[in-house]
Design a protein around this ligand. Structure first.
Ligand code: ADP
Length: 331
């Protein structure tokens, strides 16, 4: 086998799985870095589904004009069951080959990366992945694209909830996104001055929570905010509020589920720059001959990690220092 880097002529780019603000900035960087290096670019709509349905188009520099500030993804995203089958992936590969696409940049989460790794091995096509998810739950990076924006959105909502909570002596139970990851909840809890934070990674008993709230009430707090990650084992904000209310009835109890608004909005400056750096690096790595890796950031440095390694690790990424700090800040 020769060590020569395989020549890439046309790079396909797509977004897949859950959308996140900043994905557009990553697409823009992939397109412009490719064009700068005299490579052609194909945009693939609807993630893996678009490969199977052949919904692709040639991208030029102006295809990505004025999108850096837009939330969502101009390439759309989808979940695609057919891609999980050998036949589905074979059909996708046939379409890519016919379109002259000889390398891929995938922007998405864990599922997207799993599909990309498999596809790249099966059909010998180079692929680089870019972590885009508001959950910040991927290995190989300290931060994912969209996480900073989601945190800012959540904190804006909590500040508003605090205003109304303080006017009425209320306890608000605010549910934020994070089925398996408490990153947003922990961050929002600290930045929003929450009285308690319930995380999927930790078991907080309802009795423990009530004790905490009783103590806080005893210190004459006029409002209390409890942040609950949707994956908390007590079953979400409505359940927690109901169970607390049964034993703690001197406060007016309200529930607010922030839901999908956390996924939207114009990306923050930090997410735009992160996405741009990652998109740029993804293309350069492909052109250097790197494949089956994910782009990440460690400290302030952009790094790559083999997908196999990133996908095999399942360690909890919660920052224990932050958990401790959050507790101390509630006294
Ligand atoms: P995310 O990328 O945000 O984690 P999903 O888990 O829905 O979102 O994955 C996105 C898509 O990746 C799936 O709809 C599917 O098409 C593809 N995918 C996920 N897991 C696999 C797998 N094991 N094999 C092949 N494709 C997969």
């Amino acid at each position: 086998m020769s060590n020569r880097v395989r020549e890439i002529k046309r790079i396909g780019v797509f977004t897949s799985g859950g959308d996140a603000p900043g994905m557009n900035a990553a697409i823009r960087a992939v397109v412009r870095t490719s064009l700068y290096n005299n490579k052609e670019v194909t945009g693939i709509y609807h993630g893996y589904q678009g490969m199977i349905d052949n919904t692709v188009f040639d991208m030029k520099s102006d295809s990505v004009s004025s999108i850096i500030q837009q939330g969502g993804t101009i390439l759309k995203t989808a979940r695609c069951m057919e891609f999980k089958t050998v036949e589905g992936r074979a059909k996708a590969y046939e379409n890519l080959k016919n379109a002259g696409i000889d390398a891929l940049v995938a922007i998405g989460g864990d599922g997207t990366f799993t599909g990309a790794e498999l596809f790249s091995r099966e059909h010998d096509i180079p692929v680089m992945c870019i972590p885009g998810t508001i959950d910040n739950d991927l290995n190989g990076t300290d931060l994912t694209i969209g996480y900073d924006t989601a945190n800012n959105t959540v904190i804006e909502a909590i500040d508003k909830i605090r205003d109304t909570a303080a006017s009425h002596n209320r306890i608000f139970f605010v549910e934020v996104m994070g089925r398996d990851s408490g990153c947003i909840a922990l961050n929002a809890g600290i930045a929003g001055g929450a009285e308690a934070i319930l995380l999927p990674e930790k078991d907080t008993a309802i009795d423990e929570l009530i004790e905490l709230l009783s103590d806080a009430a005893g210190r004459n707090k006029s409002s209390m905010i409890v942040i609950i990650a949707e994956g908390d084992k007590n079953g979400g904000a409505s359940n927690v509020a109901k169970r607390v209310n049964e034993k703690f009835d001197n406060f007016d109890i309200k529930v607010s589920i922030l839901g999908h608004l956390q996924r939207g909005g114009s990306p923050s400056s930090a997410d735009r720059v992160l996405a741009t750096r990652m998109g740029y690096t993804a293309v350069n790595e492909l052109l250097k001959g790197n494949t089956r890796s994910t782009i990440g950031i460690r400290g302030s440095e952009i790094v790559t990690t083999p997908l196999e390694e990133a996908l095999s690790k399942k360690e909890i990424k919660l920052n224990e220092d932050l958990v401790e700090i959050a507790k101390i800040m509630t006294i």
